[in-house]
Design a protein. Sequence first.
Length: 106
Amino acid sequence: MSVLQRIPVVAGLAYIERVRQLPPTFTATLSAEPDNRYFRHAIVVTAAGQKVGYVAPEVARRYFDGVKESVTPIECPARRASESDCETSGVELLLDFSNLSIPPAE
């Protein structure tokens, strides 16, 4: 996973136990959540069929329409963040968008 493709996942306390049960690397599935009352461009991240967080808002805005309009599930490689990532930013998961089947919006 290249440095440029370290897309953070916002995973609050509600998801921390699920996150801690994930293997070091896994495949994440992305889906749009347009009815999210906090962020209208929310992209849910699931792993092993369970919600584990959301794509960071500053990134989600660029990918939301593509994820929402996709007729097939959007998947990408993911990994648990390093201990230093967790300590410095609170980020628990990182995604790799380098081979996504949808382009970012400008």
